[in-house]
Every structure is written in structure tokens, then in C-alpha cells.
Design a protein around this ligand. Structure first.
Ligand SMILES: Cc1cc2nc3c(=O)[nH]c(=O)nc-3n(C[C@H](O)[C@H](O)[C@H](O)COP(=O)(O)OP(=O)(O)OC[C@H]3O[C@@H](n4cnc5c(N)ncnc54)[C@H](O)[C@@H]3O)c2cc1C
Length: 289
């Protein structure tokens, strides 16, 4: 199918883009186009004005600040995946990105675009939740920081307002000694996750779990933090019995209905298995500091 008619704008500054967003009722920001163009072709999205932000130089940079990685809205997923300096401060970012689609898609798609698109099975929302990251959104009235736990509402729905543009994504660096893992199950390599899980663990010098962060995708109408499972494990020595208990408890978060990819019951089983494997991998990567 072909999209309905739309007006196409290609501003060269953020100010122009924001003004265009405010001046029109139904605009869409075009970043890498890897999700927007298919949704327009299927007529799920029917914007009357497309604002292509790919010429805005200020959105094409990323940097590593004291405690976080700051990724401009036009930085491609592949550039972040390949950045060794980012890998050093937060290796979970690369491990997660390696599960997103295929190299040609990651070479066009942006990190911000994936978060704005907010597919319930996409990996990057789980990454943002697990790391406690945020996005900066701007409109003509100013800018605001939206924390990961208040960004995702529903499948393909965020709390961004219709006139806002994400300008940057902020992902905290991992604390020294952190263990991390991203695991997912898909029917074919590069597909969206039937279930996916991001884990960050910090162990104390006494061998107790000081902190743990668990976030999942593919299991509900949006990516979720698995807080009940985190509670079971925090402060413990992460023995196998407790990990199993936490994995069983995580199945309560699985609300995705049976579909052509998997039944609800199967997703629960997959999540339980992935969670145990991801925690084992993350734990093995922790180190004393
Ligand atoms: C065959 C295929 C397989 C894929 N598999 C996966 C997968 O396994 N996992 C996965 O996570 N993704 C997958 N994707 C999607 C891919 O990761 C996209 O690149 C990503 O979701 C969107 O990034 P984009 O830059 O292309 O955004 P676009 O497609 O340009 O935009 C996506 C949406 O976000 C909005 N948007 C974009 N940037 C901004 C901004 N700065 N501010 C406000 N709104 C904005 C757009 O208006 C649009 O609504 C797949 C895509 C394809 C084509």
C-alpha cells in the first residue's frame, strides 16, 4: 500500500522543526523512517505533515558525560552500537542494540525514534527502563525531561505531546562492578521480541545483591520494570531458589494476549527461562570494586 498524501518539510534547525510541529495539527517527525514509513504505508499513521529532522546537525551528536551517555535524536542505532567509548561506560547498550532488527535497519533507525515509536516488543524501551534513563522533549514553550517510567503508556503510545520533539536520550552509565545482560527469544533472528529482558546487578563485597534492575519487553502492552521480582532478589545472595521464585513472580506481569507469534502461557514460560538466564549472566559479570 501507499501512504495518503502529506506535506514534506525538511528543516535545517531544531527551532524550525519545533515551529512547524506547533503550526500544524497532525504532524509526524521523520527520523530513520524504519517504523514511521511502514505505519504510513499500512495507513496506521496518517500525518498530514512530515517533518524530516535528518538535516538538523545539532541532533546528530552523542557524548559521554560524567554519569550518562547523551544521544542526540538523529544518532543512528548502529553508531551507538559500534561506539567503544559508550561500551566502556555502559556495555548493556550494545548488547541490547545487537537484538534490534538487522544491521541495515539499525544503520537508518535512531535510538530516539525507537523510544518514540514505543512498540511493546521493542528492546530499547526495556533498556531505558532498566537503566533509569530519560528523554528530553522540546516544544515552542520549552523543554522537559521525561523519565523512562513515565514515558511509555501503551503499545505505540507515549506521554509525548503532539507538538514535542525528542531532542536527546540520556542513558546512565553503569556503576563500577555492575553485571549486565540482555536476553530475548524470537522466532527468527532480528524479529521483535516474543519476550526480552534487560538486567543490571550490583553485588556488595559480602556477596549480597545491593541493587537489581529488571525490565522486560514483549510481554504486555508496553515495556515494564519487574518490580516484584526485583524486591524478591534485593539484599539476597541471589541463590538459584530465589532466582526461580523471582522468575515465577515475573509471570504475573505477562498480559499479552494469545497471538500468531505466541500464546500468553508460552510467553510466561519464555520470560521465566530468560530471566533466570539473564540473571545468571549478569551475576557472572559483576566484580568487586
Ligand atoms: C523489518 C524491520 C524489523 C524491525 N525489527 C525491530 C526489532 O526487532 N526491534 C525493534 O526495536 N525495532 C525494530 N524495527 C524498528 C526499528 O528499530 C526502527 O528504526 C525504530 O523503531 C524507529 O526508529 P526510526 O529512527 O526509524 O524512527 P521513525 O520510523 O522515523 O519514527 C518512528 C516514530 O517515532 C516518531 N519519532 C521519531 N523520532 C522522533 C523524535 N525525535 N521526537 C518525537 N517523535 C519521534 C515518529 O514520528 C514515528 O511516530 C524494525 C524495523 C523494520 C523495518
Amino acid at each position: 500500500m501507499k501512504p495518503p498524501l502529506f506535506e514534506y518539510l525538511r528543516p535545517s534547525s531544531l527551532e524550525e522543526a519545533i515551529t512547524a510541529r506547533a503550526a500544524n495539527d497532525y504532524t509526524a517527525v521523520l527520523a530513520g523512517g524504519q517504523s514511521l514509513i511502514p505505519t504510513m504505508n499500512f495507513r496506521i499513521a496518517n500525518p498530514t505533515v512530515l517533518i524530516d529532522i535528518s538535516r538538523i546537525e545539532s541532533l546528530k551528536k552523542y557524548s559521554i558525560e560524567e554519569n550518562e551517555v547523551i544521544i542526540g535524536a538523529m544518532v543512528r542505532q548502529r553508531d551507538i552500537e559500534l561506539s567503544n567509548s559508550i561500551f566502556v561506560v555502559n556495555p548493556l547498550i550494545r548488547e541490547t542494540l545487537e537484538h534490534v532488527a538487522h544491521v541495515p535497519i539499525r544503520s537508518r533507525g535512531t535510538v530516539a525514534g525507537s523510544l518514540a515509536h514505543a512498540d511493546a516488543a521493542a528492546e530499547l524501551p526495556a533498556l531505558l527502563l532498566a537503566t533509569g534513563g530519560s528523554v528530553v522533549a522540546k516544544n515552542i514553550s520549552g523543554s522537559r525531561v521525561i523519565e523512562a517510567n513515565s514515558l511509555f503508556q501503551f503499545h505505540m503510545t507515549t506521554t509525548l505531546s503532539h507538538d514535542e520533539i525528542i531532542t536527546e536520550v540520556r542513558i546512565p552509565s553503569l556503576k563500577p562492578g555492575s553485571g549486565w545482560a540482555f536476553k530475548e527469544f524470537t522466532r527468527r533472528h532480528g524479529d521483535y521480541a516474543i519476550a526480552g529482558i534487560a538486567v543490571i546487578i550490583n553485588m556488595s563485597s559480602e556477596g549480597l545483591c545491593e541493587d537489581i534492575s529488571l525490565a522486560a519487553c514483549g510481554i504486555a502492552a508496553r515495556a515494564l520494570r519487574l518490580e516484584t521480582s526485583e524486591e524478591i532478589l534485593r539484599g539476597t545472595n541471589l541463590d538459584n531458589g530465589l532466582i526461580k521464585e523471582a522468575a515465577m513472580s515475573a509471570t504475573e506481569y505477562v498480559t499479552a494476549a494469545d497471538d500468531t507469534h505466541a500464546s500468553t502461557q508460552f510467553r510466561k514460560h519464555v520470560l521465566m527461562t530468560l530471566l533466570q538466564r539473564a540473571i545468571a549472566t549478569a551475576k557472572s559479570r559483576t566484580s568487586k570494586v
